[in-house]
Design a protein around this ligand. Structure first.
Ligand code: ATP
Length: 264
């Protein structure tokens, strides 16, 4: 459902010069699975998800979503995904119903099919009791539900969650994670980025550990634990990051010595 091959992205940053945000990243995610992207701040998770949602163009490699290439068929890719981040915007002067209806229309739904789809989404997410409340008056949990409904209204086969629980209290975060699990059980293909180990342990069927734009390893968590002889997820994560830092330091030292003046 999602196929990424040797995906790369570089930025030119005024202060830092060229930045490689993604370096030959490859992975696949299937229907009925939650694929986790686990990495520290600046690892490249959001860059990868922005390329998948066609907001950014890759510098190299390829990515397809539901069979559509992000560069060749961006409109079909956008129709095939729902995107939720922790700062998805809502319009304060619209009610929950109006806002979700607005996004449904943007996706080309109308009339009876739009109404039936909305009723189903409001029912599934248990939003009917505040469907006529203005977004400005909602609790954080209600606002997050509206954001999820907005991402789901066109019934996309692929859902992308970029750190969806950041800034939420434990109860709201728990409800969001339960919704993500329910969507997986309903057959959706889900990409879930986070830096919270517990979320990966609870939710993800497979995970890619990403650091400095590279995937350090990927697979089901028990498989990674066995491969690296480290059953504790947090320790496993630190071990892979430390190994990678040592690799980078080693290659920097080597390249410095390549340019060192020759001994007399
Ligand atoms: N528009 C941009 N211009 C320059 N550099 C950028 C740009 N966007 C991202 N980067 C850099 O690319 C790298 C990867 O950033 P990205 O936001 O993808 O990481 P992340 O894993 O999502 O981190 P976080 O958890 O902090 O959101 C970082 O070094 C970041 O500073």
């Amino acid at each position: 459902m999602i196929q990424i091959r040797a995906l790369s992205k570089s930025f030119v940053d005024l202060q830092r010069g060229p930045v490689t945000a993604l370096d030959a990243v490859s992975f696949e995610a299937r229907p009925g699975e939650i694929f986790g992207l686990l990495g520290p701040n600046g690892a490249g998770k959001t860059t990868c998800l922005r390329i998948l949602s066609t907001v950014l163009k890759p510098t190299g490699g390829s990515a397809t979503v539901a069979g559509y290439d992000v560069l060749q068929d961006p409109a079909e890719v956008r129709r095939s995904i729902g995107f939720l981040s922790n700062n998805t915007g809502l319009y304060d002067r619209m009610t929950a119903w109006e806002l979700v209806e607005h996004f449904g229309r943007l996706y080309g739904l109308e009339g009876r099919s739009l109404r039936e789809r909305m009723e189903s989404v409001f029912e599934t997410l248990r939003m009917t009791d505040f469907r006529d409340s203005l977004c400005s008056t909602m609790s954080t949990g209600q606002r997050q539900k509206v954001s999820i409904a907005r991402a789901l209204v066109h019934d996309p086969p692929v859902l992308i969650f970029d750190e969806p629980t950041a800034g939420l209290d434990v109860l709201v975060a728990r409800a969001v994670l339960q919704t993500v699990a329910d969507l997986r059980d309903a057959g959706k293909c889900i990409i879930f980025s986070t830096h919270i180990m517990r979320e990966v342990e609870k939710l993800c069927d497979r995970v890619a550990i990403i650091h400095r734009g590279r995937i350090l390893d990927q697979g089901p968590l028990p498989e990674l634990a066995a491969r690296h002889d480290e059953p504790d997820t947090e320790e496993l994560f630190f071990k892979l990051i430390e190994q990678d830092e040592a690799r980078v330091a080693g290659s920097e030292n080597r390249s410095e010595s390549d340019f060192a003046p020759l001994a007399a």
